[in-house]
Design a protein around this ligand. Structure first.
Ligand code: TRP
Length: 472
């Protein structure tokens, strides 16, 4: 298998593909809103500390484990830890998690596409009606858009790592950066935009408490695609002469820069719409913000740029979100493909048929859990709240399990593969890594306090989400 494994064509290609994976709806909407609610630049500061102090070492661990083993996540766990229970649990979790994330993320992505199409057809006015979202997600149109998303992602993945994933990232990511910067410049010219910038950038450390710190940690971890098996898989497609530490730093920096820049777009736009905005009242849910709140904001721009201008701005924004979501979706489905290809020695197209086909079926179960099918809508009930099938998938695989998966990777790398071998792998392609502060810090942190922190975050989330027990 190893001899024929596909690889990225260049270091830049890898960085764009990995950054494409990391940059998603969370960066564009979730981060700005979290920041503005939780002390502005103070939140950014804490977030950056977590990116450097916790996420970067875990990124190194995932990428190195992938490149050294040349395997998908399950294969990597087996490679280093054999057929132990630990390898079986860790490996399977690293395959099931991305599969389930792909399932619900494809539903959100199809909504974005549906909104983009509606805006382009001149329907921005309708979108800003609070009832529209509920009607849209329960309309038969969702199946059409799901088929379109499956087609786009399927075509990209069919072409493989270099001709598909890397090429798509090289087209979509630069366009995403240009659109993002263009939108920021446009929004900053609107009235009252500066009030939003101030609100966003002036640090308020009094807002920082244990809960905010926990939130910043979770946001940083999931934003960087950690615990999803993605970086193990992408690591396995990296050339040996590429620097893992150098590339990981670039990916972390790009992801954080996009999140920060998106704040300069979203927050001033909100303030321009309603100068008296009270940030506390903004919903914490990215989904609610993207689909119910932002269309209103864009529509309000018609007073300065007309209905057509407002529609163009909204269309550019939704295209931006669509690109961000597509590159994330591609990366996460590739994990399942790599798993199917490696473990069963089957071709890419065969894997695509099996994985893609089954994913569409489970995605449909998610898509109909907003009223269309009562069984999936009222799927279960915990912590005092009714939960749909979609909610359960998000709660378990997006909001809860990632730190646990990350913890397993730390343990695998430090205690099974061992530090010396890990460091030797990182020195391949980066001869100057030996003896650096990053090396010493990573060695210490990955085997000690990072797993402890990840475990605490995991336990805290399980108690809060599933048992309504709030420790912090
Ligand atoms: N940063 C992404 C987001 O904001 C989260 C994410 C990272 C993700 N990797 C992903 C989502 C892969 C879906 C698939 O949405």
């Amino acid at each position: 298998m190893t001899a024929t494994r596909e690889h990225f064509g260049s270091r830049l290609g890898f960085i764009l593909a990995a950054a494409g994976s990391a940059v998603g709806i969370g960066n564009l909407v979730g981060f700005p809103v979290n920041a503005v609610k939780n002390g502005g630049a103070a939140f950014l500061f804490i977030y950056a500390l977590f990116v450097v102090g916790i996420c970067l070492p875990v990124m190194l661990a995932e990428l190195a484990a992938g490149r050294a083993s040349q395997r998908n996540p399950l294969g990597a766990f087996r490679h280093f830890a054999g057929h132990s229970l630990f390898a079986t649990v860790g490996g399977w979790l690293s395959l099931i998690t991305p599969y389930m994330i792909a399932v619900f993320y494809s539903v959100i992505t199809l909504w974005v596409l549906g909104y983009l199409v509606a805006i382009v057809s001149g329907d921005l006015q309708q979108l800003s009606d609070p009832a529209y979202f509920g009607q849209f997600i329960n309309s038969p149109q969702v199946f059409l858009f799901m088929a379109l998303i499956a087609l786009i992602v399927g075509v990209i993945l069919h072409f493989g790592v270099k001709q598909g994933i890397e090429r798509a990232a090289k087209v979509m990511m630069p366009m995403l950066f240009v659109m993002l910067v263009g939108m920021v410049i446009f929004v900053l010219t609107l009235d009252n935009a500066m009030a939003g910038v101030k609100y966003y950038l002036i640090p308020d450390f009094s807002k920082i408490n244990a809960q905010v710190i926990n939130g910043a940690m979770g946001q940083a971890f999931f934003s960087l695609s950690l615990g999803m098996g993605i970086l193990i898989t992408y690591g396995s497609y990296m050339e040996r002469n590429n620097s893992i530490p150098g590339s990981a730093k670039m990916v972390a920096l790009t992801d954080t820069a996009v999140a920060f820049t998106a704040g300069l777009l979203v927050i001033p736009a909100i303030f321009s719409f309603d100068p008296g905005t009270n940030a506390e009242e903004l919903s914490t849910s990215s989904v609610a913000l993207v689909f119910t709140f932002l269309p209103k904001i864009f529509l309000a721009m018609q007073s300065s740029v007309g209905y057509f201008g407002a529609s163009v701005a909204a269309a550019v924004f939704f295209l931006l979100v669509l690109f961000a979501a597509l590159t994330s979706l591609v990366s996460i489905i590739e994990v399942s493909l790599a798993g199917a290809m490696d473990q069963n020695s089957i071709s890419r197209n065969k894997a695509l048929a099996w994985v893609g086909g089954s994913m569409v079926v489970v995605s449909i179960a998610c898509a109909v859990s907003f009223g269309m099918v009562p069984f999936f809508t009222g799927f279960t009930h915990y912590a005092g709240i009714d939960k749909s099938f979609f909610d359960v998938v998000v709660d378990v695989f997006y909001d809860t399990i990632l730190p646990l998966n990350g913890l397993m990777v730390c343990l695998l790398v430090i205690y099974r593969w061992r530090k010396e071998n890990f460091n030797r792998e990182l020195e391949v392609g980066e001869t100057k890594y030996k003896g650096t502060l990053l090396e010493r810090y990573t060695d210490l942190a990955l085997g000690t306090f990072i797993p402890v922190i990840l475990l605490l975050v995991f336990i805290n989330t399980v108690l809060a989400k599933f048992f309504a027990i709030h420790i912090i």
